[in-house]
Ligand binder design. Structure first.
Ligand code: NCD
Ligand code: ZN
Length: 479
């Protein structure tokens, strides 16, 4: 058999080991991995001398703004940024215009993404008060999972009541899909923000003051209780505080199917950076005091936090630098800088390159039902590859990033370790730091997603069961 491509001389990284090996690729999949002499003939040979070969990163939290905000980002610019960042699969959030809350809107977004994307993708469906009835159609239409905004953030999607969340979890649980949560409790933040605004306080630290860690502690705890009751799978987005780790760990210890992510900005930035990049650093949840960093790192390394994502949230410089913090759009781009920033930490000895692969690729693939097609480089897997030069020095420049949003807290950051080539299903989408002509190559990964069978609990108490029983004319108490 002749392979399409054989990559020689690289160091192939898995969560357990780094081995010197060659990789043969055919029809977009890994055909063989092993000694150079054992490789089949190939149409193309590629020399990866001096490079580490990683399964491409899977970023389960990006906002590509398409449709709705083309001045901030679209599927082409967003996935170009992913390709430059060694990211081969992205999951896009539903706070676009219109929000991804019906099967028709989802189908339209699938079309847009498939026509423009350089990398593979999954699309979240919105789980809110008004979309519970649309859940079966959204699942049939191919959502990768659901997103629930427990707290207000960019896009002003109303947060569902606890009652609506319970009903939503009851409906999603039997589908086996995971629900990602923006876990900040809205009514705490709303009240504090109103009081601060009324007092005429509008500096950037007021944003932090309106969102103390207890908003996350309360939201994570409450979501975990609803997940435990219904058996719904949940994922805590953008973990920002040491405090919310306790309810996360307690829920895991109770056997709740709960996972979590953090982002480079919570690992590497703190309130000490606010005055360096005023307004630019504003993000939900906020970057917090430096004392939160060590516990978040420890949780990532001990597995309490399962993965690194970016919350890539592009906005324009004008939208990021308004004087009144309450009018600043929160978030900044990150899909392109996550891998360089984290490889720099590998070089600094904060974690091993194997740890990094576990957090950036292997765990997201497992948790989202994509393993082993994604998140691994074993035979049969998709040839989604980031080739990285761990010795390469680089300065991050906002003006040079692929994202349409040329403003981030990382401008001027000196790092060592850079993705230099990225392949998606065997095809170079970025080579030698140059984007390939691969617009429209990206495909939705929902077709390969296999979530384990659901473990539904307390179904007899669900609204669905109660109303079905009532309409059957039975009123007795359920035992
Ligand atoms: C995100 C955005 O801009 O869409 N902003 C942010 O501050 N994180 C929304 C979100 O993920 O909360
Ligand atoms: Zn969020």
């Amino acid at each position: 058999m002749t392979a399409d491509l054989v990559i020689h001389n690289g160091k192939v990284v898995s969560p357990d080991t780094v081995i010197d090996a060659s990789i043969a690729i055919k029809d977009g999949r890994v055909l063989a991995i092993g000694a150079a002499a054992a490789m089949p003939q190939a149409i193309e040979i590629f020399d990866a001398k001096g490079l580490h070969i990683l399964p491409g990163a899977i970023d389960v939290h990006v906002h590509f703004r398409d449709p709705g905000y083309p001045h901030k980002e679209d599927w082409e610019s967003g996935t170009a940024a992913a390709a430059f960042g060694g990211v081969t699969t992205v999951f896009d959030m539903p706070n676009t215009i219109p929000p991804t809350g019906t099967a028709d809107i989802l189908a339209e977004k699938h079309k847009i993404a498939a026509s423009k994307a350089h990398v593979d993708f999954g699309l979240y469906g919105l789980l809110g008060d008004d979309t519970i009835e649309a859940v079966p159609a959204l699942v049939a239409g191919g959502v990768i999972g659901f997103k629930c905004y427990m707290g207000n953030t960019f896009g002003k999607i109303p947060s569902p009541s606890t009652g609506a969340m319970l009903e939503a979890f009851e409906v999603v649980a039997p589908t086996g899909k995971r629900i990602s949560l923006h876990a900040e409790t809205n009514d705490i933040m709303e009240r504090r923000q109103k009081r601060l605004m009324a007092a005429g306080i509008h500096d950037q630290f007021a944003h932090l003051a309106a969102r103390p860690p207890v908003v996350a502690v309360e939201a994570v705890s409450r979501a975990a209780i609803l997940a435990e009751w219904t058996g719904a799978r949940i994922h805590i987005l953008h973990i920002s505080s040491a405090d919310e780790l306790r309810p996360l760990r307690e829920a895991k210890a109770r056997g709740v199917d709960i996972t979590g992510e953090t982002c480079p900005h919570y690992l590497l930035l703190s309130t000490e950076d606010y005055d360096r990049v005023p307004g630019v650093i504003a993000v939900n949840p906020p970057v917090r005091e430096a004392r939160n960093q060590a516990p978040i790192w420890a949780a990532l390394l001990d597995g309490s936090i399962d993965m690194i994502a970016t919350d890539h949230a592009p906005h324009t410089p004008e939208e990021k630098t308004r004087n009144d913090i309450w009018t600043v759009d929160c978030g900044f781009p990150g899909v392109e800088t996550q891998m360089p920033l984290m490889l720099n930490e590998v070089n600094a000895g904060r974690m091993s390159i194997c740890d990094y692969v576990r957090m950036s690729s292997y765990n997201p693939a497992r948790i989202w039902g994509l393993f082993p097609r994604k998140g691994s480089l074993q035979p049969g897997a998709d040839a989604d590859i980031a080739m990285v030069d761990l010795g390469r020095d680089h300065v991050i420049r906002d003006a040079e990033i692929q994202s349409r949003s040329k403003i981030s807290p990382w401008d001027g950051c000196k790092i060592k370790g850079l993705p230099v080539h990225t392949l998606v299903r065997g095809r170079f989408v970025m080579k030698d730091r140059v984007l390939a002509n691969t617009k429209g190559w990206g495909r939705s990964v929902h077709t390969i997603q296999k979530m384990p069978s659901p473990d539904v609990r307390n179904a007899e108490h669900s609204m669905h069961a109660i109303t079905a029983q009532r309409s059957a004319g039975r009123r007795e108490k359920i035992a």
